[in-house]
Every structure is written in structure tokens, then in C-alpha cells.
Design a protein around this ligand. Structure first.
Ligand code: GAL
Length: 893
């Protein structure tokens, strides 16, 4: 086996700070398929353009440029993704008659900020507080708006003159327009999609070439925090003039069994040379371990094919092969391994047989069957235990970071999650690699609005001209990921209300998706469309937002205005008896970690107001986990709404993690309350409710609330326990409060009449008559010291890897003080630096990069990055007034 490298292994740092991935032709693929297979012989070189960007941002339009004015130059970039040639856009024959100062090679950007990409210009804040602000709670109260310019030099070696050189941008927020050496190349308005521009015609070899990228973020463009900037990776791809095209491989499987699987492969060969090329296409398939990046043995080869490609043309070469005894990709909750393969495609010239391109595609072999019987993976039913996830990474904002995303998935896995809906936009490509690798299912979603707006500046403005290109490029990019079981083309779109008109738009999108990937079903989430309407008929899968469990249909919600919807799982099942039905958004239960508000409602689900679970002054929601958005439901109500119906395939909870923006019900706050996990990554009580359901074999019991209530002596203080047990007995200071049996369709043990006295609460739970799990909470003393814990003891010294440091405020006996809000100061010395702090409080307006952070319900978080190439320990110290200081050391490697 040849040597393997991972992305983080810096092989060569050029003068400009480029990371060059220089590796063997069959070295393991990294995170984005088709990338980093560079060798001098294979002809493909992929360079991460992360360092040395110059950045400048203005809240006003500093250059008078508008997308609409230049779109004639941008739209031709969509042509590769528009099926009908008569709809293709033609670039105007003359160049735009404008002077673009910031794109000029001679412009002096030396006083601009130097930044590393991925970069989110808004995350450092400050927050906008109050009413009359440019960005309100919905978009996260952070300065996302305005125009950002990024400039960077690119040196092209003289030996590159015969190459085709592309700029690949994984996501730029938003309305990207790109210039090279002063010449407008193109762009891509939708900030979540990946796109490619050909730099070749305007590059000068051996010289500094000036790249300039303009991004423009309007206000009122989103219902959540979008972030701003080059917030995902940017790459320079150098290839032979004749090469595998962008997202140019497509692998499907058929006849999958434990003894054999047929693989079908289409390779798009693109010829940018000015002569016809005769090319031999060959592809070998290997076992692949995404965790180590290592390839295993060769398991199959596709028959070699010869194609002849005229100048400027793309030709598809298709072939099939068989893999014997395939190791199937499986979902982790079924105790199945997510086995992966890698297809290594080589293009050779017909003449001397020289390899001119090597392109790697990761894929998996598995079957999905979707029907009214639910989701079968390799023939076995897998219940969808899913969560919705927005794209921000908490205190890091939208700037993508592999470790931050991996940590989220680790926390979700511990909770029992096996599926993610990428609400409501294309994710970072690396996230899909992680989801494949860890055995999660994915509903890959692209749009939150179509022709009808939700916000004045959202996607509806460009839907007519861009939806086809956005949808096709998104599916082509993602279609080889085994984890994706369904495409979603929309979320709660306004077209649900327009019947025939809306259905036609839906059908148009479904047709595009089927045409681009005939193997996967297509859905869109319905929060309004009913079984007797035409809109749902357009979709292969019925995905209900809140309608399954019912909206405002119980007495606790009856005083609210808004539509009442009775639970609709059965009605949809009757109307669409063959289709898979799932809850694409469930619950919208809300809570602030560790906050308990009295009195506690006696029903299992209630909306929030100042007399029911909420405090609009402190902007906190009670963590008894019984309270929801006005249109939502508690987890208990959701479960009871699903369990009678075996045809319900499962659900995606709104949401796994809290996210920035949309702080329902308190829009004066900064981040959401809906997460099972808070913004900092700390589990709320709800975590244990879902864990008890999703990991029924885990012997756990979780008591709430905490038991330190000096002001509640003698007051009724309900105690609830989450456990997968069927019986439980609670003791207060040794005295039984009763032994309870969990009834059908009830999901918690609740002792609502407990009178508070300091001391100890202890629960013993039973399953099938045997002791199952025990837990206790105690009344704790005053805050006395800090305790630190790092999520990992060593991290890579690559400038990207992160250590997550949790600080707990504890009493003299080392017990967490549950209401501690002490101000903590973090100091980081040695080989690392502090990136951000948080505490999960949706109403904390301390800026994320601050080294001071108040504890919230006893906890706070520091995110620490290793400095690139710097060896030695990172020493993290946390201190606070009247608290014993704590220190933790993280090694670098
Ligand atoms: C849904 C919507 C989500 C989010 C959620 C908040 O209606 O699809 O994007 O807004 O409500 O509860």
C-alpha cells in the first residue's frame, strides 16, 4: 500500500501559505470527493486557499455594485446545470462599463484585515440589542449585513500553463461575484451552494494573479443566522485540459445482496483543450476507511472504456461491474458498520497511455426502501431518530470547522440520533462525509422558499433564474453519499397555499431532482398542505411539520389564535397508503438549560407565557420540558402522537442543537431555545428524555430539577424522572414519594406534589421488575472552585483542530452549583489560542470571542484552537472572583 496522507498533514507550505495536497494517485480521498488526488503523474492538484486573504467589510454599499446590474455576466455560470440548451445564458459581448476599484490589481489592500478562510465576518459581533436595529432576533442580532470584499494573490507556476485551473468555492454568503486580474469571471448568488469558476483564460503564469471576491448580504434575507463571508473552504484545482468534470462521477448500485452488488458508474470527461482528445477511462474500486483515510484491498474494476471528446465538450462514459460479498453501509443504531468504498478513476491519453487525471469518489453500497412500512435499510427497518440542524456551529458561527461539526455528531450520537435533516439548505460537503462515516441517515434539503417570499430578500428573488441550476448542482455534488436517503426541495413553502399553481412549481422541482438522481425519493415539508390537496401529490415521501402530532389541538393551546390542526398521520396514511410518512419537524419544544420556573403545568404539553413556563423579562423558558412554541408540542405529546401508528417512519426533532437566530418565544434574545442541546453543546434535560426513548437499552435515570432551592422551603416543587424503565420510586431524604408505573403513551415519571426540603432526592427505577438504574441529586453548597475538562487530551497542531473546554462551578465537595452565574476569565498559553466562549444562555450578549464569560446554570465553555505548526502543550486557565482557579493542559501533536 502506498503512503497515505490526511488533509491535516501539511505536506508543503508554499510562500503564499497554500496548503498543497500532494499525494499518491491512489492515496485515500479526503473529505470532498474528487479532491486531493494530486501527484505530478496524475495531473490533478488541489490546493486549499485558506490563508493570506485580505478582507474588508462595509455596512454601506461601498462600490455602487448590484447583483442585478451584473447578473448577465454571472448567469452563464449556471449553464452547466440547466438541461435545456435553449435556456442557456450568453455572456454579453462587451465587458461591463464600470470601474471596480477593489478588484483592480493595483489597489492597495495592505490596510485590510488578514483573515483565514473559512471566515464568518459577523460572528465576532457585537450583538445588536433592542428594537430599532438593523438585524433583529430572527437573524441573530449579529452584523451579517453589508458588503464584504476578499482579495488574495495566486501564483501560477510556469509549468501550469498547459493546465486548466479552477476556483472551487464550497459556500460564500452571499451573492458572490468574482474578479481575476480585474476581469469579472462570474459568481453564484445562493450562499449555501458550492460553485466552480474557470480561472484559466485570465491567469498569467509566473506572476501574481489577483483574485477579488465581493459578497453582499442583504438584511431580511433569512429566518435564522446566515453568517457572512467565505464561510466554507475555497480551493484551487489544477488539472489537465482533459479531466473528470465538476462532480463528474455518479455511482449507483443495483441487485444488492450479501453475496453481490452491481455498481453502475458514469464518468463525465470534460475537454477544455482546443483539439479532440481520445481518452481511456478506467476505474478501480477499493475498500475505504474514512476514519483513517486508508484504502484497503481492490474489490472490483470497471471495464475500460474509450471516449473521444471534442474541444469544449463533455462526454459521459458509463460502465458496470460487480462487487462480490459487498460490505454494506449501515446505520449505527442497527449495530451495522457504515462500510465505505472508494472508486479511483483514471483518465489516460489514447496515444501514450499517460495518466492525465485521477479522481476519487467515496461511496457506499446499501439499499433503501421507502414505503408505508417505513424506511428499510438493507431490508431491515430503521426507525428515523432524527434532528434538524442549522448550519451554524454555535460560537464559531457559520465558519465551517470539521472538528466542531464532528463534536456535534458525537454528542448527537450519544443521545441516540441516527438521522439529520440539513434544515433548510445545502450543508458543507465535509459534514456529509462525517455523516457517511458515522452511519447517520440524511435528508439533504436545499430551499426554505421558492417563488413566494418568507422574507423580502430571501431566495424568492432569484428563484426564477436559479432554482434549476441550484438544485442540479446541489444533487450532483451530493449524490454519491450513501447516507442521503432523500432529497428535500423545500420547507414549509408558501406554494402549499396556492394549490394548482404551487403544485406545478413543486412538480417542476421534483422532476429536476428525479432527472438528476433517479435513485432517490424527493420530498418537501408540509406544515399546511392537507391530505385532500394536490400539493402533497407531487412528492414521493410525505414529510409533515408538526401536523402529525397536531397543532393547537389540545385545551392548553385553545386560547391561541392561528389554525388548529388535528393530528394528521392517519389521514395522510389513508390518502397516500403506499408512501413513507415521517415527521420532518416535530415538537419545537423550548427550554433554557438548567432553568426551572414554577408553578409547573399539569398537562403534558403547553404553550409558553409568563404564567406558563416562561419569563419574558429574563428571557428564559423552563426546562421541565413540557413547554413549546405556540404551534409546537412537548416531546411527550409528539411521542404519544406517533406510537399508535407503526406506519410512521420516525421523526426529525426541531432541533438537535440550539442555533443562532430565531429565538422563539423571546425575539429580544440572540439564539434559539429549541435545541435538545444548548448552543454551547451542553445537554438540556430533554436530552435524557430522547435518550431514554432512542437508546432503550441504556440503563439511565435522570432527575429534574436540581435540588438547591433556598427560596422554596416548604413549597411544592415537582420532580420528574426520564428513564427507559417501566417503574420508578422516588425518595426525598430517604422517604418514599411513591412508586410509579409508566402508563402506555406516557414518557416520564412525575411526582408533582413533592414539597421542597433540602437534602437528597434519589430515584430507583425498574424494568420488568428488576432494578434498572438509579440516580440522585443533592442540595449543594456555595460556589467554591472551578473545574475544567477538555473533550480531548491532545489535538493536532494544524491551526484548525479545536479543544472544547468545559468549566463547572462547584462547591467545596466538587458538586456543580446549579444556579451559578459567576464571571469566569479564560487564559490560554502555550501552543494554542482562545477562539470563543459560550454558556448556552440564549440571552447572553457577551460577544463570542470574549475571554470573560458568565457561567450559566453552573457551566461555561471555551473553544481553543491549536496554532499551526506549534508544538508543546496548551495551558488553559479559568479563574473567577472568590473561586479557586483551575487549569487543564491539552497536548498538541
Ligand atoms: C418551523 C420552520 C423552522 C423553524 C421552526 C421554529 O415552522 O420550518 O424553520 O422556523 O418552525 O419552531
Amino acid at each position: 500500500m502506498l503512503a497515505h496522507f490526511r488533509l491535516r498533514d501539511v505536506i508543503q507550505l508554499l510562500g503564499l501559505g497554500c496548503l498543497v495536497l500532494n499525494r499518491s494517485p491512489i492515496a485515500a480521498a479526503r473529505v470532498v470527493e474528487g479532491r486531493d488526488q494530486e501527484t505530478p503523474t496524475s495531473g490533478r492538484q488541489v490546493i486549499k486557499l485558506d490563508t493570506d486573504w485580505r478582507f474588508w467589510h462595509s455596512f454601506e454599499n461601498p462600490d455602487g455594485i448590484a447583483y442585478d446590474q451584473l447578473k448577465a455576466y454571472i448567469l452563464p455560470g449556471a449553464n452547466d446545470f440547466i438541461a435545456d440548451p435553449s435556456d442557456h445564458h450568453k455572456r454579453p459581448s462587451s465587458e461591463p462599463n464600470i470601474t471596480v476599484r477593489y478588484a483592480d490589481n493595483k489597489f492597495d489592500d495592505s490596510d485590510w484585515e488578514t483573515v483565514k478562510v473559512p471566515h464568518d465576518w459577523a460572528i465576532k459581533g457585537p450583538f445588536y440589542i433592542g428594537d430599532d436595529v438593523p438585524v433583529g432576533g430572527g437573524m441573530g442580532r449579529l452584523p451579517v449585513q453589508g458588503v464584504g470584499w476578499y482579495r488574495r494573490k495566486i501564483i501560477i507556476e510556469p509549468s501550469d500553463t498547459d493546465k486548466e485551473i479552477y476556483l472551487d468555492i464550497d459556500g460564500a454568503m452571499s451573492y458572490a461575484i468574482v474578479w481575476l486580474n480585474g476581469r469579472l469571471l462570474g459568481g453564484w448568488p445562493y450562499g449555501y451552494n458550492s460553485f466552480r469558476l474557470d480561472l484559466t483564460p485570465h491567469l498569467v503564469a509566473g506572476k501574481d494573479n489577483q483574485l477579488a471576491i465581493r459578497l453582499d448580504n442583504p438584511t431580511q434575507s433569512s429566518r435564522w443566522y446566515p453568517g457572512g463571508g467565505l464561510y466554507r473552504n475555497v480551493w484551487l484545482t489544477k488539472v489537465d485540459k482533459t479531466h473528470v468534470g465538476q462532480s463528474g462521477t455518479y455511482i449507483t448500485t443495483e441487485g444488492v445482496s450479501s453475496s453481490s452488488a452491481t455498481l453502475n458508474l458514469a464518468v463525465t470527461v470534460e475537454n477544455k483543450a482546443d483539439v479532440k482528445r481520445d481518452i481511456h477511462v478506467s476505474t478501480d474500486v477499493y475498500k475505504f476507511n474514512p476514519e483513517t483515510g486508508k484504502m484497503g484491498r481492490k474489490v472490483a474494476s470497471f471495464p475500460r472504456a474509450a471516449v473521444s471528446v471534442s474541444p469544449g465538450q463533455n462526454v459521459d462514459s458509463s460502465s458496470s461491474t460487480i462487487v462480490k460479498n459487498p460490505q454494506l453501509w449501515g446505520v449505527w443504531t442497527s449495530q451495522k458498520k457504515p462500510n465505505m468504498y472508494i472508486a479511483v478513476t483514471e483518465l489516460r491519453t489514447g496515444g501514450n497511455g499517460k495518466v492525465i487525471d485521477t479522481y476519487e469518489t467515496r461511496f457506499g453500497i446499501r439499499t433503501f426502501d421507502l414505503s408505508s412500512k417505513g424506511l428499510l435499510v438493507n431490508g431491515e427497518r430503521v426507525r428515523i431518530q432524527g434532528v434538524n440542524q442549522h448550519h451554524d456551529l454555535g460560537a464559531l458561527g457559520a465558519a465551517f470547522n470539521v472538528r466542531a461539526a464532528e463534536r456535534q455528531l458525537e454528542i448527537l450520537r450519544d443521545l441516540g440520533v441516527n438521522a439529520v435533516r440539513t434544515s433548510h439548505n445545502p450543508p458543507a460537503p465535509e459534514l456529509l462525509d462525517l455523516l457517511d462515516q458515522k452511519g447517520f441517515l440524511v435528508m439533504d434539503e436545499i430551499f426554505d422558499s421558492w417563488e413566494i417570499q418568507k422574507n423580502p430578500n430571501d431566495f424568492h428573488l432569484i428563484f426564477p433564474e436559479w432554482h434549476e441550476a441550484d438544485l442540479r448542482s446541489f444533487i450532483r455534488r451530493d449524490r454519491n453519499h450513501p447516507s442521503i436517503y432523500s432529497w428535500s426541495v423545500g420547507n414549509e413553502v408558501g406554494e402549499q397555499y396556492t394549490e394548482a399553481g404551487g403544485t406545478a412549481v413543486a412538480q417542476g422541482l421534483v422532476d429536476i431532482a428525479h432527472d438528476t438522481d433517479p435513485t432517490r425519493p424527493v420530498t418537501a415539508s408540509l406544515n399546511y398542505a392537507k391530505p385532500n390537496m394536490t400539493f402533497p401529490t407531487a412528492f414521493d415521501v410525505i414529510s409533515l411539520n408538526y401536523q402529525g402530532e397536531g397543532i393547537r389541538d389540545t385545551p392548553a393551546y385553545s386560547h391561541l389564535s392561528g389554525i388548529t390542526t388535528y393530528p394528521l398521520y392517519t389521514a395522510f396514511h389513508e390518502a397516500f397508503p403506499d408512501k413513507l410518512i415521517e415527521g420532518s419537524e416535530t415538537a419545537s419544544a423550548l427550554s433554557s438549560r438548567g432553568t426551572y420556573i414554577f408553578p409547573v403545568v399539569d398537562v403534558n404539553s403547553a404553550p409558553i407565557n409568563d404564567t406558563s413556563g416562561g419569563n419574558s423579562t429574563s428571557m428564559q423558558v423552563s426546562a421541565y420540558e413540557l413547554y413549546s412554541a405556540d404551534y409546537g408540542a412537548s416531546a411527550d405529546k409528539v411521542f404519544a402522537g406517533q406510537d399508535p401508528y407503526s406506519f410512521v417512519a420516525g421523526e426529525f426533532v426541531w432541533t438537535g442543537f440550539d442555533y443562532i437566530g430565531e429565538p422563539t418565544p423571546y425575539y429580544d434574545a440572540r439564539s434559539s431555545y429549541s435545541g435538545i442541546v444548548d448552543l454551547a453543546g451542553f445537554p438540556k434535560d430533554r436530552y435524557y428524555l430522547y435518550q431514554s426513548r432512542w437508546r432503550p437499552d441504556l440503563q439511565t435515570a435522570h432527575i429534574l430539577p436540581h435540588w438547591t432551592w433556598p427560596d422554596r422551603l416548604g413549597e411544592v416543587t415537582p420532580v420528574h424522572v426520564f428513564s427507559s424503565a417501566d417503574e420508578a420510586e422516588l425518595f426525598l431524604n430517604g422517604k418514599s414519594q411513591g412508586r410509579l408505573v409508566r402508563e402506555q403513551y406516557s414518557y416520564r415519571f412525575r411526582w408533582d406534589k413533592v414539597v421542597y426540603a433540602p437534602g437528597e432526592l434519589r430515584v430507583v427505577t425498574y424494568k420488568n421488575g428488576k432494578v434498572w438504574a438509579k440516580a440522585s441529586v443533592q442540595t449543594v453548597g456555595n460556589a467554591s472552585r472551578l473545574r475544567l475538562a477538555a473533550d480531548r487530551s491532545s489535538i493536532r497542531a494544524d491551526g484548525d483542530d479545536l479543544a472544547y473546554i468545559t468549566v463547572e462551578v462547584v462547591d467545596s465537595k466538587g458538586r456543580v452549583v446549579p444556579n451559578a452565574s459567576n464571571e469566569i476569565t479564560f487564559d490560554v498559553a502555550g501552543a494554542g489560542e482562545l477562539v470563543a466562549t459560550d454558556n448556552g444562555d440564549p440571552a447572553d450578549f457577551t460577544v463570542f470571542p470574549s475571554k470573560q464569560r458568565k457561567a450559566y446554570s453552573g457551566l461555561a465553555l471555551a473553544i481553543v484552537r491549536a496554532k499551526a505548526g506549534k508544538r508543546g502543550p496548551i495551558i488553559i486557565t479559568a479563574s473567577g472572583a472568590n473561586l479557586k482557579t483551575a487549569q487543564v493542559v491539552v497536548k498538541t501533536r
